[in-house]
Write a protein that binds this ligand. Structure first.
Ligand SMILES: Cc1ncc(COP(=O)(O)O)c(C=O)c1O
Length: 401
């Protein structure tokens, strides 16, 4: 039975891609954008660009107002206690680097940073490099057979030397919610700071950072149907207060002379230089658009499409899933077929899926794999997209086997 997406026509790029005979199933890498975001983006440039937080003129005041209104919308989206807890960065990756530099002074040699085996490089390499620079120990939590962080192992590995826990909410490779409440409680019991990588999780459902109880929460706008070049770092006020400034320049300074300077607190103290003004305004418009949609309907649509995807993969011989995905995506390999060959044949048939290590090389190595194919869904996808994928997959496998 055909399952349409009622929101498909809100995303002009989907029709454009279809005109190019492309079926887009790579939303976990980056999502297509709603017209509401494109309108806000164009409006800003068409009605007068201006820098924020510094100009006294009218265009500057309007840009600053729109920029700060986006901060309020992000705070509201996450149920943060205050907009001042929202720092705009250039993406999730820069938010993690900000944290790894801004918190460096809180670690002493021998302290432990705990991550998990499924982390994206963005939530692995900044901590790994910090550990190397300062003689810290990086502890890696193992996974169970489904691809969830193993809580029994975590209970043994999160201990008195743990100073920070940094884990994903939803894996970009396995597509499983991670057991955050239990993990965050373990970190809290040890007095350790916690960082949640919400890059994938934020795209599905609404998450309340206060209820979650993490110290920091990170995501990228572009996966949440917003513009690229913008990331969000939420921090509890006490946790933000522990950050040291890390990038220096315009806008973040309080007072400066030639040989010394003092700096603003969060958020502006951590937004050195001209930010991605149009991008931040576009993210605000995206959240307004998303906020007006029926979330239960989206959840049901995504769940039904995901179930169809899993059923189709299960029904075909020799396909092995990575873990047990719960939503949003599925990564798989095919017995005796090289993923790069399969990816090539899918690409030739206009199927846009991701192939490779998915920026989680250590995880793929642990699984004994050189790469995998990942199909990921946005709420604009419909069952015809999946049908085209399966038709192309069958044809490719027929050729390769
Ligand atoms: C789980 C996860 N964390 C972090 C990132 C990094 O996001 P960005 O490249 O937007 O900085 C990604 C992007 O794929 C991701 O999937």
């Amino acid at each position: 039975m055909f399952q349409p997406s009622p929101w498909r026509s809100d995303f002009p790029a989907i029709a454009a891609l279809q005109g190019q005979q492309q079926t887009y199933l790579d939303s976990a890498a980056t999502a297509q954008k709603p017209q509401a975001m494109l309108d806000a983006w164009c409006h800003y440039y068409q009605h007068g660009a201006a820098n924020v937080h510094r100009a006294q003129h009218l265009p500057g005041a309007l840009a600053t107002q729109a920029f700060e209104s986006s901060r309020e919308k992000v705070a509201h989206w996450l149920n943060a206690a205050s907009p001042s807890q929202i720092i705009f960065t250039h993406g999730a990756t820069s938010a993690f680097n900000l944290l790894a530099y801004g918190l460096a002074h809180t670690f002493a040699a021998g302290d432990e940073i705990v991550i998990s085996a499924l982390e994206h490089h963005a939530n692995l390499l900044p901590w790994q490099q910090l550990a190397q620079r300062q003689g810290l120990k990086l502890v890696v939590l193992p996974l169970d057979a489904d691809g969830s962080i193993d809580l029994a192992a975590a209970a043994n590995l999160i201990g008195p030397r743990t100073r920070l826990l940094a884990v994903s909410q939803l894996s970009n490779v396995i597509g499983r919610w991670q057991p955050l409440p239990a993990l965050l409680a373990m970190a809290r019991a040890q007095g350790a700071l916690s960082v949640v990588d919400g890059a994938q999780g934020v795209v599905h459902g609404r998450h309340d950072v206060q209820a979650l109880g993490c110290d920091f929460y990170v995501f990228s706008s572009h996966k949440l149907y917003g513009p690229d070049g913008v990331g969000v770092l939420y921090g509890r006020s006490e946790a933000l207060g522990r950050l040291r400034h890390w990038q220096f320049g315009g806008e973040m300074v309080h007072d400066a002379d030639y040989h010394s300077a003092s700096f603003q607190p969060a958020p502006l103290g951590f937004e050195a230089g001209t930010p991605a003004i149009a991008g931040v305004i576009g993210l605000g418009a995206t959240l307004e658009y998303l906020g007006g949609l029926d979330h239960l309907a989206i959840e049901a649509h995504e769940a039904a499409l995901h179930a169809r995807l899993l059923r189709g993969l299960h029904d075909r011989d020799g396909i092995r899933l990575l873990g047990t995905p719960q939503l949003a995506l599925a990564s798989f390999v095919v017995d005796n077929v090289h993923n790069a060959d399969l990816a090539h044949l899918l690409t030739e048939q206009g199927i846009a899926v991701r192939a490779g290590h998915h920026c989680a090389m250590p995880l793929l190595k642990t699984l004994g794999l050189g790469g995998a194919i990942r199909v990921s869904l946005g709420f604009y996808n419909d069952s015809d997209d999946l049908q085209r994928f399966f038709t192309a997959l069958d044809k490719a496998l027929e050729l390769l086997r």
